[in-house]
Write a protein of this length. Structure first.
Length: 260
């Protein structure tokens, strides 16, 4: 017989975050947690599978910047040989089983300087760790309006970012890269198979839903499909009504649920 009587066990904040790791709302919840330490406008992470041939892939992102610009910035950064090597160098500085943290602002001749200026970012804090032959680099961006990080804010970030980084790494191992969908799990495929409410979508609505689930913003979808942003919004509203969802988070969750 157990000598511990059954009783409610409250979840602390770390446990609540860990429970959200595989869920669509993880990014927003983690950003809220980080913002208790310092005013951070956006965060994200790049995964590098092999340090000898660094091809950084944007694994997760969240914040005030649109999905379209996050993805565009990631493509720009990953297109530079020197910047790909920078990811490897940061990961290599991390000790086995440990993390390395750095604080940085791009010099004027750095390819990222134009991105920081356009997006009103003043500085970046990043954390790197090794994973097998590769590693993970998570980054946390400070907006110009908030000014430079104070010593107190840096101290608080050093206390919370190790947990944030490890949870991001755990999510990557469970979920993979945010923009990718499980094989065969797409709105277009479910529509073609005449599955439940998905069968009521038009081909264009299914296409719009797939791009939304991959993280593309309204503006990014419009550019991708060569149509206006207003048309994208109209098609999204129609599709959401047919599928009885109200947000992109609910839409993405529906794709992986058994509700169909």
């Amino acid at each position: 017989m157990s000598d511990i009587a059954p009783s409610p066990l409250p979840r602390d904040r770390s446990a609540a975050l860990a429970a959200l790791v595989p869920e669509p709302g993880f990014g927003a919840a983690l950003l809220t947690y980080i913002r208790d330490a310092a005013d951070i406008v956006n965060f994200g992470a790049f995964y590098v599978s092999d340090l000898k041939r660094p091809e950084p892939v944007l694994s997760i992102w969240s914040g005030e910047m649109s999905d379209y610009w996050f993805r565009r910035n990631a493509r720009t950064i990953a297109s530079h040989d020197s910047l790909r090597q920078d990811f490897s160098d940061r990961i290599r500085r991390a000790p086995e089983g440990g993390l390395v943290i750095d604080r940085w602002h791009p010099p004027a001749d750095d390819p990222r300087a134009t991105i920081y200026a356009r997006d009103q970012v003043i500085e970046r804090v990043s954390v790197a760790s090794r994973i097998g032959r590769g590693g993970l680099v998570s980054f946390y961006l400070r907006g110009v309006q908030a000014g430079w990080l104070s010593d107190e804010e840096v101290t608080r970030l050093r206390a919370v970012l190790p947990l944030a980084h490890e949870l991001i790494g755990l999510r990557h191992r469970i979920v993979g890269n945010q923009p990718r969908l499980a094989a065969g799990r797409s709105f277009a495929a479910l529509r073609a198979d005449n599955v439940g409410a998905f069968a009521g979508l038009t081909m264009r609505e299914a296409e719009i839903c797939d791009l939304a689930a991959r993280g593309l913003s309204v503006e990014g979808t419009a550019l991708d499909l060569g149509i206006s942003a207003n048309t994208v919004r109209t098609l999204r509203r129609r599709a959401y009504r047919r599928l009885q969802v109200a947000t992109t988070t609910q839409l993405t969750a529906l794709l992986y649920s058994d509700r169909q």
